[in-house]
Structure formats: C-alpha cells, structure tokens
Design a binder for this molecule. Structure first.
Ligand code: B1M
Length: 212
C-alpha cells in the first residue's frame, strides 16, 4: 500500500509530523494497526537500523526516527490492543543502579517495541531487585540492562547473582549493552547475550526469544 511506503520513508527521514499525519490517515482509511506497524514503521525502522549499523546514518537522525516512531506508536497503540495482536514476548529493560544514562536504553526500547516486543521499561538507576521483581510480576523471560559508566558495570553482575539466588537463572535470561560493556564482560558475568547497538540488540533478543 502506497501510504505505508510513505510512512516508512518519512520515518527514515525522521519527519515526525509527516509520520504522525500519515499514520492517522492510514488508520482512518481502515488499515489494520498491525499492518501500519509492520509495513510502515517497522519496515522504516529496519532500514534505519541497517544504515546505522553500516555507519550510513548517525545518531541524531536515528533519534529523530525514533521520536517519529514513538509518536506514531502512540496513535497505533489503542488499535493494536483492540486487535489483540500477540506480543512476540516481554522484555524488562532498564539502566542499572547508579547510572542515569538512558538515551541508548531508550533507543533499544523503541527498536524492541518496533520489532513487536512488549517492553517493560523501568527507566534508569534501577536497583537489582527491581529488575527481578518486574520480571517476576510480568512473567518476563528476559531482562535487558544498560550501563554507560565503568563504575556501574558491576551492578549488572549483581542482577545476575540475584537471579541465581532467587532460582530464576534458567527461566529469566539476560542481555547487556552500553558503551563500556563488551562481549567478554558479558561472558565473565554470565549474561546470556551482549549487543553493541540497538539494531544488534533486536537481533539478539529475537534469538534469545526464539522468534526469528
Ligand atoms: Co555521561 N558519561 N556522565 N552524561 N555521558 C559518558 C558515558 C562518558 C563516557 C563521557 C566521558 O567522560 N567521555 C563518561 C563515562 C566514563 C566511564 O565511566 N568510563 C561519563 C561520565 C563520567 C558522566 C558523569 C559521571 C559526569 C559527572 O557528573 N561528573 C555523570 C554520571 C551520572 C550518572 O549516571 N550517575 C554523567 C552524566 C551525563 C548526563 C546526565 C549529562 C548525560 C546523560 C543524559 C541521559 O542519558 N539522559 C550524559 C551523556 C549524554 C554522556 C555521553 C556524552 C553520551 C551518552 C549517550 O547517550 N550516547 C557519554 C559519552 C559517550 O558515550 N560518547 C557520557 C548515545 C547513546 C545512543 O549511545 O548509550 O552507548 P549508548 O547506547 C548505544 C549502545 O551502547 C547500545 O545501543 C545504544 C544505541 O546503539 N546499548 C545497548 C546501550 N544500552 C544497551 C542495552 C542493550 C543493548 C545495547 O541491551 C539491553
């Protein structure tokens, strides 16, 4: 459908107003929310993720696209809930205790939502036990953690230790990311996955959740 292609293209361009207006138009035309999400927003965001990964697009433009996606998702959300679209799975997400950096985490959150995951975003400065409680309450099989400070990296380890202590180690898996974090560090603390950027985070989460 032409309008969905336009939504995707304007999303790639980071044109928030156009995306918002076209989303309303698509919904008014009676297009299912899921189709607008999949063939408009997600299709566009996939291109953004790909270009970002290949260094053909840079952070400010990714943030613009992310914001456009956010606005459009707000319009679609009631439709999607009505349509009762099954989520691809729940992910508890947050920046670890002591750390206030949330721009990267927000990007990961939006990309995961864009890919159809249900994100329980706990914000930043999240204590270990809050991650655990949220995973329990929501029956979420995955916890995603972000850290931007070398001094807050040990807080990731603490969450994994607490998961083991609570007997949830197998049932709730973990993915970590953030500038100072590495695949080596992930292995060292027993995290199940590491992603260097939001696009890779989506790939990793899909793999962990078994949804290709
Ligand atoms: Co801060 N800061 N900061 N800061 N800050 C850094 C991180 C720093 C590297 C700057 C520097 O000195 N060069 C440095 C850390 C040094 C270190 O620990 N080695 C630093 C410092 C020291 C501090 C303070 C201590 C400064 C002070 O007060 N003296 C202080 C700490 C506050 C605290 O957290 N307790 C502080 C404060 C701040 C601001 C509040 C001003 C602001 C944050 C605003 C906000 O987030 N709402 C800020 C900012 C903006 C930065 C820099 C400039 C940019 C970070 C950012 O948003 N990048 C940063 C320097 C830098 O990184 N170049 C710096 C963009 C973002 C999209 O990238 O977060 O890496 P990033 O996320 C990427 C990937 O890492 C990955 O995907 C994202 C998108 O591709 N990813 C994941 C992230 N999380 C993931 C999770 C996943 C998977 C992938 O799975 C779950």
């Amino acid at each position: 459908v032409e309008i969905l292609k336009q939504i995707a293209q304007h999303l790639i361009n980071g044109d928030e107003e156009e995306v918002e207006q076209l989303t309303r138009q698509a919904v008014d035309q009676g297009l299912p929310g899921r189709q607008v999400l999949d063939d408009g927003l997600i299709a566009g965001m996939n291109v953004v993720g790909e270009q970002f990964r290949n260094h053909e697009m840079f952070l400010p433009d990714v943030l613009l696209a992310a914001r456009a996606m956010h606005v459009s998702m707000a319009i679609l959300k009631p439709r999607l809930l009505e349509e009762d679209v099954p989520s691809r799975g729940k992910v508890v997400l947050g920046t670890v205790e002591g750390d206030q950096h949330d721009i990267g985490k927000n990007l990961v959150s939006i990309m995961l939502q864009g890919a159809g995951f249900d994100v329980i975003d706990l914000g930043y400065n999240v204590p270990a036990d809050k991650f655990i409680a949220a995973a329990r309450e929501n029956n979420a099989p995955l916890i995603g953690m972000s850290a931007l400070l070398t001094t807050t990296m040990p807080a990731m380890q603490r969450v994994i230790t607490r998961l083991k202590e609570e007997g949830l180690a197998g049932a709730v898996r973990t993915i970590i990311g953030g500038a100072p974090v590495s695949a080596d560090f992930a292995r060292q603390i027993g995290a199940d996955a590491y992603a260097r950027d939001a696009a890779h985070a989506v790939d990793q989460v899909k793999t962990l959740m078994g949804v290709a």
